[in-house]
Design a protein around this ligand. Sequence first.
Ligand code: PEP
Ligand code: MN
Length: 351
Amino acid sequence: MIINMAVNATEEQIDHVVKRIQECGFQAHLSRGEERAVIGVVGKSEKHRGELEALQAAPGVEEIIRITHPFKLASRNFRPEGSVIELGKGVTIGGTEIVAAAGPCAVESAAQIGEIAEKVARAGAKLLRGGAFKPRSSPYSFQGLGGEGLKLMRAAADDNGLLVVSEVMDPSQIDVMLPYVDVLQVGARNMQNYYLLRALGEIQKPVLLKRGMSATIEELLLSAEYIMAGGNYNVILCERGIRTFDTYMRNTMDIAAIPVIKQLSHLPVVADPSHGTGRRDKVGAMARAAVAAGADGLLIEVHQDPERALSDGAQSLYPDQFAQLMAEARMIAPAVGRRIAEEKAHKRVAV
Ligand code: PEP
Ligand code: MN
């Protein structure tokens, strides 16, 4: 259930409602929107449900909304105006600006990540993506550079004014990663690793939660709910293609999931057409479609030498192709009331 407080509700009235919710054995999650405070009520206690409903008459309460979806805090009712999440260095996601995260599938060396960071920053990306801990389908494939990869990524990002997004695979990696990353990515294979999701609920760092390859939209939103129920509301969702009967592409990019999720949830949605297609020549079309469909961000794999990439070379764009994609997205964005950062002249920060 969601309790909408009146626009002019006082702090005492809000505190009173929160206290009563807790006395009834439920958790109260307070969200302060621009207009009003909204309180999400979650928990299983049936005993005091009647008392909870009586809050309808409490001073400062405007209305009580029953949420029929199994996800509550991730539901649009919790923040009808949509969530704008601060990523760092003044960059936010979920507002007017569409944010691009670009970089290699995996960090391979200082030279590799340094060159890519410089090129994607110039094209208008705000985040550098790259895996240090890689969830590979085969145990014999390159598994990532681990902690060393994180350091290389942070340095390359800082040199180019970028933020860092990288995948966390296990709760034990969270503390190792926090000093180096701005956004923690949960990969498709871990979307239902509830132990990991709960651990991410205990921190405040933004989490980019990718849709599992066979997950429904409801399952994705329930996974977001796991993180939010712990108190971390900084969740960004990612459509990265799903498995269907068609095997022509690596995955089937579910573009319709973008407007569906935007309707069901207040959380920002990012599109990953690289994993969504698996093929370099199809990434641009799906990125353009995602922008037109209302995506809040793009996650794009870029490599300067894709043929020699240690992972996902076939779907990695050359830096020039990424710049071209950004130029196209920049033209599409205004048609749907959005904008994308301009290309910039490169400025190397002195070290
Ligand atoms: C990735 O972003 O490199 C990745 C492994 O993606 P996914 O979890 O969507 O397969
Ligand atoms: Mn990849």
